[in-house]
Design a protein around this ligand. Structure first.
Ligand SMILES: C[S@@+](CC[C@H](N)C(=O)[O-])C[C@H]1O[C@@H](n2cnc3c(N)ncnc32)[C@H](O)[C@@H]1O
Length: 221
């Protein structure tokens, strides 16, 4: 049987896809190497590629991200925005936020302003006003429901909210994979997804991309 080390997709499929994701530009490769060396979780290459395509296709200009880490994904998004744009990104760890600010200063080649907000997302989100075209949730997996409620206030019709890591190494989909210390997070993620797919005013699809992404688009008249 094939190895399934990410709990979701056989390794040979992941390898095949990743070999076909275009190589990042040099500055981003430096950050990928740093993240790998220091165990910083950053978006999976295929998730980054998908988001770049979406940002270009939908002509996204304004993005809100929850979970900055070292600023890698924000820079990937900025590269994909055509012309002027704006990204607000929230990071709870001061050291990570400082590194993100430095990385953005060094590597941002776009006309996009990237603002790093330091603090717990639940404290920062009420201070933001939007509007945003796209919201990317990539932090604090137990609180996605609350982040989503804020995001809902910030986006309009056809706005999109992308929740990352929703399959959580397969644990969300089967008890067989659940690690004891992750039980609460998994329970919260399952509840979030169950509510999300039923949410009035949204269409949602859960995709086995990277660690699992839920893509929700706001409906309207
Ligand atoms: C998966 S990493 C983000 C990776 C980043 N989006 C990227 O792909 O380059 C998640 C980040 O969220 C931050 N985080 C966790 N809980 C948070 C919270 N409650 N508010 C804000 N940030 C939080 C963590 O410190 C961590 O840096």
């Amino acid at each position: 049987m094939s190895e399934i080390s990410n709990g979701i997709i056989p390794d040979y499929i992941v390898d095949y896809i990743r070999e076909r994701v275009p190589m990042s530009r040099e500055g981003l490769r430096t950050l990928e190497a740093y993240a790998h060396e220091h165990g910083v979780p950053i978006i999976h290459p295929e998730v980054g590629q998908f988001l770049k395509i979406y940002i270009k296709t939908a002509q996204v200009k304004r993005i809100l991200e929850v979970g900055t880490a070292i600023g890698y994904s924000a820079l990937v998004f900025a590269d994909a925005i055509e012309g002027k744009g704006h990204i607000d990104t929230i990071e709870i760890r001061e050291a990570s936020a400082e590194r993100a600010v430095a990385n953005i200063k060094t590597y941002n080649q776009s006309d996009v302003t990237i603002n790093v907000h330091v603090g717990d997302a639940l404290d920062v989100l009420p201070t933001l006003t939007g509007p945003y075209d796209l919201v990317f949730l990539d932090a604090g997996k137990s609180h996605y429901d609350k982040y989503f409620d804020y995001a809902d206030q910030f986006i309009g019709k056809h706005g999109i909210i992308i929740s990352d890591n929703v399959l959580y190494k397969g644990m969300t989909a089967t008890d067989d994979l659940v690690i004891k210390r992750k039980k609460t997070i998994v329970k919260n993620m399952r509840n979030f997804l169950d509510e999300l797919v039923e949410k009035e005013g949204y269409d949602t699809v859960i995709m086995p991309l990277g660690d699992g992404v839920a893509i929700s688009t706001k409906l309207g008249e």
